[in-house]
Design a protein around this ligand. Structure first.
Ligand SMILES: [Zn+2]
Length: 170
């Protein structure tokens, strides 16, 4: 009888077991993401999703370009402050911020466009050649905290609406 409390305590360790049982189905965070990109493609269609990716990607390109202009204009403007100790502080701070913004935006532009191209290149059904006419079955799981430049999910499992052929984008 005295063994019962430890056993009860052990059953507290049943949580990992429960988690294991849950592994049969996708974890909530993964399926949320799957649904997200799947829903997006389902609602808008692949063509619209693809266009949006290009627009979003180019918005990052424009941001990167503006940051570069800001950086260069900032250097010009700070010539006025040259010689004062404030000059060095201002230069380091402003160029650091603009440079970081430029770098992050540039990486997002590259990542989003690369994925959009990758998906678009394999969006034609291997069976009937219909382009972008499919339902999303599953997608690479992606963490909610992953930045856009991670370009996740980087693959999507789809099924043709016309001939039911299955294949993978990405
Ligand atoms: Zn097909």
């Amino acid at each position: 009888m005295r063994l019962l409390p430890p056993e009860g305590a052990l059953s507290g360790f049943g949580r990992p077991g429960a988690a294991e049982a849950g592994n049969g189905t996708p974890s909530p965070s993964a399926s949320d993401q799957d649904v997200e990109i799947g829903e997006e493609i389902r609602k808008r269609g692949f063509r619209r999703w693809y266009e949006r990716q290009l627009i979003e990607g180019h918005a990052y390109l424009v941001t990167a370009f503006l940051a570069l202009i800001l950086l260069l204009a900032g250097y010009e403007a700070m010539g006025v402050l040259r010689g004062s100790p404030l000059y060095h502080v201002a230069v380091v701070g402003a160029s650091g911020a603009a440079g970081m913004l430029m770098w992050v935006s540039w990486r997002r532009f590259i990542a989003l466009l690369a994925r959009a191209e990758l998906f678009a290149n394999s969006a034609a059904c291997p069976g009937c050649k219909a382009w972008g006419k499919f339902d999303v079955l599953a997608a690479d799981s992606a963490g909610a905290d992953e930045p856009p430049e991670a370009a996740r999910p980087n693959w999507v499992l789809v099924r043709c609406r016309k001939c039911n052929e299955r294949w993978r984008l990405g």
